[in-house]
Each structure stands twice: as structure tokens, then as C-alpha cells.
Design a protein around this ligand. Structure first.
Ligand code: GDP
Ligand code: MG
Length: 241
């Protein structure tokens, strides 16, 4: 198996079927892949819909959290359950376009001369969100880039491709999904930006507002700066046979 597509969902009952259809159309015949959807304690029947979809979607695997643990927890559970060495993450609301996955996958496996792992971060070319969302995202990305030097213009984009083993070595915490470029760099990876499509949310509701993102974001920013200062990657030139 080459690729595991991880989709964290919370109350996306009207989005999962069409999104899965799009993933299959984008990848079937091109890649050997699976889709791991992590239902994070949805209360709107998302899990039942996924169970129905599993009947005629052999690539689909479903993980269900006992209750709502948050989007990062969804990604962590998905990666832990994944069987492929390369992971693609995707929002469950259809705003990311699965048709972008093959190009990002190609760049992720194209490891440079230094042999370092690569995180490919989708950069949304034309944001289909409200002006307030776009403005707050722009400010947050600017501050984050300046303080973390994470080489990424759009860490809020849910579409990313990276090696599973590197992700599993990262420190895991709630809200880590907005800091993956900084955390991957800290682990010795290179960050590559790739333009991706972005579409309006047509069904269901956004789970985040400006304020709940801002306050946790500030706390997390200091937490990640601390992690960068305490980076610890020993190198050795002799090891036991
Ligand atoms: N697992 C999990 N996923 C979540 C949670 N909140 C949001 N998501 C998912 O994260 C993705 C992005 O959330 P969304 O509400 O669209 O955020 P926005 O696009 O930034 O407004 C969607 O796939 C949501 O279903 C949560 O608490 N747990
Ligand atoms: Mg969204």
C-alpha cells in the first residue's frame, strides 16, 4: 500500500459520501491507497453513514472516538491506524479538493539529496471563506511564520502529505494540526509548499470561529517555540553491531 488518506470528521453527515466519491475518483487506478475516516464523537449520524458507505467502498476504514477529542486527536488516531508509509490529510467538509492529492504525493516521495523526510503543505490559492476568516488567517499565518520560521504560508490548510513514521515521532498535543510544518522541521524534515484548490463549504457548519482559534493559538505558539528551543536530535558515529 502506498498512501493512507486520513479524514478527521465531526458532524459531517452530509459531506462524507460525496467526499469519499471524489477521493476514489482521484486515486483509483493511480495509487494503491486506503481511506481512514476518524469520526470524532459525531452526534448527527455521521458514523451510521460511514457504516453504510463501507458496504461498497473497499478502501474505506472507519475509526470512531468514544467522544469528541478534537481535530488533532482525529488525525493522530488516523495515522496510528494507517497502513501505508505516506499519509495525506484532508478536511472532511469538502473544502479541500481530493484531485490535488496525486501531485502532492509525488512531491512527498521525491526525497532530496539530503535524504530528509518531506512534508508537503497545501497552500490554498483562492480562499473560499468569509473576509473575516481570511483576514484572521492572514494575520495568524504572518505572526506564526515570523515567530516559528516554519517555511509555510498556510498551515491552516487541511491538505498535507507526509511520512507516517516521522509524524509518529512528533510530540502529540491538542491543536497540533496547525503546527505540523514547525514540528516536522524540528524533527529534521524539509517543508515544501504546493498550491491547492479551495472550495466553499456547501453543507454542514464550520466548527471554528475567530476567537476560539485565536486564544488557543497564542498559547500553542509559545508552546511550540519552547519545543523548538528544546529540540533534541542526537547524532552518533558509532553504534553497537
Ligand atoms: N475530528 C474532529 N474533526 C473536527 C473537529 N472540529 C472540526 N473538525 C473537522 O476539521 C475539518 C475542518 O473544520 P471546519 O469546521 O471546516 O473548519 P474551517 O474550514 O476552518 O471553518 C472538518 O473536516 C471538520 O469536520 C473536531 O472536534 N474533531
Ligand atoms: Mg472547513
Amino acid at each position: 500500500m502506498q498512501l493512507s488518506v486520513i479524514i478527521p470528521v465531526y458532524n459531517e453527515v452530509d459531506n462524507v459520501a460525496s467526499l469519499l466519491g471524489e477521493v476514489n475518483r482521484a486515486l483509483r487506478g493511480h495509487l494503491d491507497f486506503e481511506v481512514v475516516v476518524v469520526d470524532d464523537g459525531s452526534t448527527d449520524g455521521t458514523f451510521n453513514r460511514l457504516t453504510e458507505l463501507r458496504r461498497n467502498t473497499p478502501e474505506l476504514r472507519v475509526v470512531r472516538h468514544r467522544r469528541n477529542f478534537g481535530q488533532s486527536a482525529g488525525i493522530i488516531s488516523g495515522v496510528k491506524n494507517a497502513r501505508a508509509p505516506i499519509i495525506a490529510t484532508l478536511d472532511g467538509d469538502g473544502q479541500n479538493d481530493p484531485a490535488d492529492i496525486p501531485a502532492l504525493f509525488e512531491r512527498a516521495i521525491d526525497v532530496g539529496g539530503d535524504g530528509a523526510p518531506v512534508l508537503v503543505a497545501g497552500n490554498r490559492q483562492k480562499r473560499n471563506d468569509s473576509w473575516l476568516r481570511r483576514f484572521s488567517s492572514r494575520v495568524a499565518n504572518g505572526v506564526r511564520q515570523r515567530l516559528l520560521k516554519d517555511d509555510c504560508r498556510d498551515t491552516g490548510c487541511g491538505l498535507k502529505v507526509f511520512p507516517r513514521d516521522t509524524f509518529l515521532m512528533l510530540p502529540h498535543f491538542d491543536h497540533l494540526h496547525r503546527f505540523l510544518p514547525a514540528l516536522f522541521k524540528r524533527a529534521g524534515a524539509n517543508v515544501v509548499n504546493a498550491p491547492v484548490n479551495h472550495r466553499p463549504r456547501t453543507r454542514g457548519q464550520s466548527k471554528y470561529g475567530v476567537w476560539n482559534r485565536l486564544w488557543v493559538g497564542i498559547v500553542d505558539l509559545f508552546g511550540v517555540m519552547w519545543l523548538q528551543r528544546r529540540s533534541c536530535r542526537p547524532e552518533w558515529d558509532y553504534e553497537p553491531e
